[in-house]
Ligand binder design. Structure first.
Ligand SMILES: [Zn+2]
Length: 76
C-alpha cells in the first residue's frame, strides 16, 4: 500500500514518489491551489501504479506517459 506524506515546505519539487518505500511526498507550498495538489497526487499515484505493474521504461518515458494520461481529455 502506498504511503502519503503532506509537507508544507522542504523541496523544490511538487511531489516525489519513492519506489523502494512506496511512499509519496507532496510539497504543498509549491502548488497554486487545491486542484493543482490533486493533479500532483494523481501524477505520483500513476508512478506507483507503473511500479506495481513492473513496467520497464526509463524516467523520461514514464514522465511522458503520465503527461499524456493527465492531458488525455484535452486531446479528445
Ligand atoms: Zn513524475
Amino acid at each position: 500500500m502506498v504511503k502519503f506524506e503532506l509537507k508544507s515546505v522542504g523541496c523544490d519539487e511538487r511531489g516525489l514518489y519513492y519506489e523502494e518505500s512506496e511512499r509519496i511526498i507532496i510539497y504543498l507550498s509549491n502548488h497554486e491551489d487545491l486542484e493543482d495538489v490533486y493533479k500532483t497526487i494523481t501524477h505520483e499515484l500513476i508512478h506507483h501504479c507503473i511500479h506495481k505493474a513492473d513496467m520497464t521504461m526509463d524516467e523520461d518515458q514514464e514522465e511522458r506517459l503520465i503527461y499524456c494520461f493527465q492531458w488525455a481529455e484535452e486531446y479528445i
